[in-house]
Design a protein around this ligand. Structure first.
Ligand code: PEP
Length: 247
C-alpha cells in the first residue's frame, strides 16, 4: 500500500508573516495525518520555513533547482544548497517553468538527476496543454516527457515522485475528472513498470485545481497517490481538508 503525499506548491506567494501564520495553522490542525505532507516554498523563505516546520510531520520542498552543480549561473541555486536547508522534495519541470523559462524535457531530466544526486526527491511534473488534449495527444506528450527523465536517471528512476498536472487544469478551476486523471496515471504507471521493478511503490500525484471539495474523489482512484496543490495550499483549512482526505 502506497502512503499518499500531499504537497503544497506556494508558487510566488507568501511573506515572513504569512508563512508563519500558515505553517502554525497547519501544525495545529494536522493531528495525526496518515499521509506524507510537504510544502514547496519560494527559495528566499527556505531557511525560515525550515525552522517553522522543525519537529513536525511537514517536510520542506523547493520549487526548482539548477541543472548545474555550481559555478557562474547568476540567480540559480544548486541541489547541494537546497540540501543545506533540509529540503526533502524539489519540484522539477512544473509547467510554469516549462512555459515561462523554456525548460525542455532534457533540462527537466537533468534537474531531476541533480536533485537525486543530492539526496532530494524530485517531484517531476508532466502534463499536456489544452491544445494537445484536444488533438488527442495527451498520452504521447506525457510519455515523451517521462521518457526523458527515465532515460537520464536509469535505475534511480524509482526514487522520483511523478506529478501528472494537465496544464489546462492548473490555476484555472478546471479539474480533470477522476476518470480522466486515473487514465493518464495508469499510462504513466505502466511506462514506469517497463523501466523499473519498483513501479508499484512509486508515487504518482495529481495536480490541477485540486481542492477541498474534489480531493477525496480524485484521491480515491487506484493510481492517484496524492496531490500537488497550488492555490488551495495557501488556505490552511482547505489544505488540511485535502490532507484529511488522503488519510
Ligand atoms: C500547481 O501549481 O502545481 C497547481 C496544481 O496549481 P493549482 O492547484 O492552483 O491548480
Amino acid at each position: 500500500m502506497r502512503k499518499k503525499l500531499i504537497a503544497g506548491n506556494w508558487k510566488m506567494n507568501g511573506s515572513l508573516a504569512a508563512n508563519e501564520a500558515l505553517v502554525a495553522a497547519l501544525r495545529a490542525g494536522m493531528g495525526n495525518a496518515q499521509c506524507l505532507v510537504a510544502v514547496c516554498v519560494p527559495a528566499p523563505y527556505l531557511a525560515q520555513v525550515q525552522q517553522l516546520v522543525a519537529g513536525s510531520a511537514i517536510d520542506l520542498g523547493a520549487q526548482d533547482v539548477s541543472q548545474h552543480e555550481s559555478g557562474a549561473f547568476t540567480g540559480e541555486f544548486s541541489a547541494g544548497m537546497l540540501r543545506d536547508f533540509g529540503v526533502r522534495y524539489c519540484l522539477v519541470g512544473h509547467s510554469e517553468r516549462r512555459q515561462y523559462h523554456s525548460e525542455t524535457d532534457v533540462v527537466v531530466a537533468t534537474k531531476a538527476q541533480r536533485a537525486l544526486a543530492a539526496g532530494i526527491t524530485p517531484i517531476v511534473c508532466v502534463g499536456e496543454t489544452l491544445a494537445e488534449r484536444e488533438a488527442g495527444r495527451t498520452e504521447e506528450v506525457v510519455k515523451r516527457q517521462m521518457a526523458a527523465v527515465i532515460h537520464a536517471n536509469g535505475h534511480c528512476i524509482s526514487e522520483i515522485v511523478v506529478a501528472y498536472e494537465p496544464v489546462w487544469a492548473i490555476g484555472t478551476g478546471k479539474t480533470a475528472t477522476p476518470e480522466q486523471a486515473q487514465q493518464v496515471h495508469a499510462v504513466l504507471r505502466s511506462q514506469l513498470h517497463a523501466a523499473t521493478e519498483q513501479a508499484e511503490r512509486m508515487l504518482i500525484l495529481y495536480g490541477g485545481s485540486m481542492n477541498a471539495a474534489n480531493a477525496s474523489q480524485l484521491l480515491g482512484q487506484a493510481d492517484i497517490d496524492g496531490g500537488l496543490i497550488g492555490g488551495a495550499s495557501l488556505k490552511a483549512p482547505d489544505f488540511l481538508t485535502i490532507i484529511a482526505a488522503a488519510g
